[in-house]
Design a protein around this ligand. Structure first.
Ligand code: NI
Length: 400
């Protein structure tokens, strides 16, 4: 594999890739139903000679490139959905859909994976094995990857032996690739709690059962739960982000409600904290004679990179981009990602691609002013291609 050739070909595709990304950026779609984005992907893949299937319960696209010789299958993934928020970037290609914005760079992910499909399709005659391109809706909380697994993404005659995904980030300079072995992103679960007391006059709390101090005590006790019951080397974040109670100064309300999130980087700590949340909330409420309703809504599992595959990705990035642009992350980040469902079944890795703008202020992913440094899209295409080619070549060498 000549890395310089891959980079040069990816650069040749940069203009087209930017145009495709901007086209998707103008028309963001949210959730599991992204018909316009799906149509754009299908059009972009047309003529490449891939076997294309679309989802039944979602607007997913699964495209398969079969090489000339038999061999393993590698899965490459791009998520396609946007966020329900108003764009304030002022870009000439800003969102034309009120209340929707590609603020997590999934438009860039789609465009890069289409570019990779083009470059890999050109090499079909030399490929031993297959490449499965996974274009998924509903990453932003809709479990889109899980739906695709339920619809048989990994169940074909030649299930993937490796899986790779890239996510753009402001945390790194444009064109840097970063990943790590083991946990790389957190689990993300939701806590909903309602404390039930008895309302009445604020001047006579003894005639009522005030849920507000009970709710406050639960919030404080959660922080003690995290610092006293969780191993500091296997951390958890527990944030109550919203408290709601009452209507005015002289009425004790009937209820107080809490809404928050739990993040962990191991399934063991995840279970320990969720169990603790229930115990602490019930215990504190019981101590004051109040009742509590607790709902724990499970989000995405911990995203765990296969150690060998993550090392292979860093090695590939070093060979392709030079060691100074291949970063081993020192720790996971506490965001969550539903590629975790794929990585539970297939050894693989998720990596970050730096897309920080060179000049001016930096706005993070999910900001209404988030910007992508589009020059890095060529690096992303080249990474997908290099990971796929090296993975298939490596497997071929092992068999020989
Ligand atoms: Ni994202």
């Amino acid at each position: 594999m000549k890395t310089s050739e891959i980079l040069a070909e990816a650069h040749d595709l940069l203009d087209d890739t930017i145009q495709l990304r901007r086209r998707i950026h103008r028309h963001p779609e949210v959730g599991l139903a992204l018909p316009r984005t799906q149509a754009t992907v299908l059009e972009a893949l047309d003529g490449l000679g891939l076997t294309v299937e679309t989802g039944r319960r979602t607007t997913s696209v699964v495209a398969r490139l079969a090489g000339a010789r038999p061999g393993p299958t590698i899965l490459l993934r791009a998520d396609m959905d946007a966020l329900p928020m108003r764009e304030e970037t002022g870009l000439p290609f800003a969102s034309e859909v009120e209340g929707a914005m590609h603020a997590c760079g999934h438009d860039a992910h789609v465009a890069m994976l289409v570019g990779a499909a083009r470059l890999l399709a050109r090499r079909r005659a030399t490929l031993g094995g297959a490449v499965l391109f996974m274009f998924q809706p509903g990453e932003e909380g809709y479990h889109g990857a899980r739906v695709m697994l339920e619809e048989g993404l990994l169940d074909g005659a030649a299930p993937p032996a490796g899986a790779f995904a890239l996510h753009v980030t402001h945390r790194h300079a444009a064109g840097v690739v970063a990943t790590r072995p083991g946990p790389t992103m957190a689990s993300g679960d939701t806590i909903q709690i309602v404390v039930r007391g008895r309302g009445g006059h604020a001047s006579a709390p003894h005639d009522c059962l005030d849920p507000v101090p009970v709710a406050c005590e639960i919030v404080q006790a959660f922080q003690t739960l995290v610092t006293r019951r969780v191993n500091v080397f296997d951390p958890a974040v527990l944030t109550i982000a919203r408290i709601e109670a009452g209507t005015t100064r002289n009425v004790i309300p009937e209820t107080a409600s809490l809404l928050g999130t739990v993040r962990t980087v191991s399934e063991a700590t995840r279970e320990r904290v969720l169990e603790g949340v229930r115990r602490v909330a019930e215990g504190v409420a019981a101590a004051h004679g109040a009742e509590v309703g607790i709902e724990l809504i499970r989000g995405y599992p911990v995203t765990v990179n296969d150690a060998d595959f993550a090392g292979f990705v860093l090695d590939t990035a070093g060979a392709l981009l030079g060691p100074e642009r291949a970063h081993a992350m020192s720790h996971p980040v506490m965001g969550s990602e539903d590629f975790s469902y794929v990585l539970q079944r297939v050894p693989g890795a998720m990596a970050n691609l730096g897309t920080r703008p060179e000049n001016g202020p930096v706005f993070p992913n999910h900001s209404n002013r988030m910007l992508v440094n589009e020059s890095a899209l060529a690096t992303g295409i080249a990474m997908h291609v290099a990971v796929a080619l090296r993975f298939l070549a490596r497997a071929g060498a092992r068999e020989a």
